[in-house]
Design a protein around this ligand. Structure first.
Ligand code: ATP
Ligand code: MG
Length: 215
């Protein structure tokens, strides 16, 4: 099933994922990067998980917005896995093969952080589900927007199933994300999400530029 990385060629657009707790500023920063890329005439696609494809939108609604449904931890993991498998095949791979820069709001690290560190599920199992769901697609760069849970909670609207989880859950998620960054410092760059939006954007573009110049 896996593709030969050599066959995939250097013209593949980079996949850049944005991670971080609720309210850390992912959507805001992705919007600013999109504006920058559009001004530069650089073809880009902005997408998100869960969601980013018609089936994924349905899964997003189920997992995030249906507080009335019981969803066990393993079911939740598989729903995110199902969303990801479809998103990779239907959206991410085709856009990357066209050479677009893909900006994805949450990806594999979110599952490790939320279901693994947050819910306490086995990290090995989650990595296995991620490997199947992505068919080996790994981000070229991951921007981890890090901010204290208190800051994120004040900023986010607090409506979905995860936003309703308490402080300790989100603290575990934040620490989980930071541990991922420690383990994969080449791929995952930690950017403070606490400062002023423009300053955060400059920092992100400084990290992103070398990747764009390689193309
Ligand atoms: N650096 C910043 N300083 C102050 N407020 C900010 C900053 N970045 C974003 N915000 C505001 O905080 C709120 C949440 O930001 P945003 O939606 O970008 O976060 P997010 O990480 O995408 O959250 P979620 O995970 O819930 O989608 C928004 O109202 C946004 O305008
Ligand atoms: Mg967002």
């Amino acid at each position: 099933m896996s593709k030969d990385p050599i066959d995939e060629g250097l013209s593949m657009g980079p996949l850049v994922t944005f991670e971080g707790i609720e309210g850390s500023g992912k959507s805001t920063q992705i919007g600013l990067v999109r504006k920058f890329l559009e001004k530069e005439g650089c073809p880009c696609l902005v997408t998100e998980e869960p969601g980013g494809n018609p089936l994924g939108e349905e899964i997003r609604r189920l997992v995030l917005n249906r507080g009335d449904l019981q969803i066990g931890p393993l079911t939740e993991l598989f729903l995110f896995g199902a969303d990801r498998a479809q998103h990779v095949v239907e959206v991410l791979r085709p856009a990357l093969e066209e050479g677009q820069v893909v900006l994805c709001d949450r990806f594999t690290d979110a599952t490790v952080a939320y279901q693994g560190y947050g819910r306490g599920m086995d990290i090995g199992l989650i990595e296995e589900v991620n490997r199947w769901a992505t068919d080996g697609l790994v981000p070229d760069l991951t921007i981890l927007l890090d901010c204290p849970v208190e800051v994120g909670m004040v900023r986010s609207r607090g409506g979905d199933r995860f936003e309703r989880e308490g402080y300790p859950f989100h603290q575990r998620v934040r620490e989980g994300y930071l541990r991922i960054a420690q383990q994969e410092p080449q791929r995952v760059k930690v950017v403070s999400g606490e400062g002023e939006q423009g300053a955060i954007q400059e920092e992100i573009l400084r990290i992103l530029r070398p990747l764009l110049e390689m193309r």
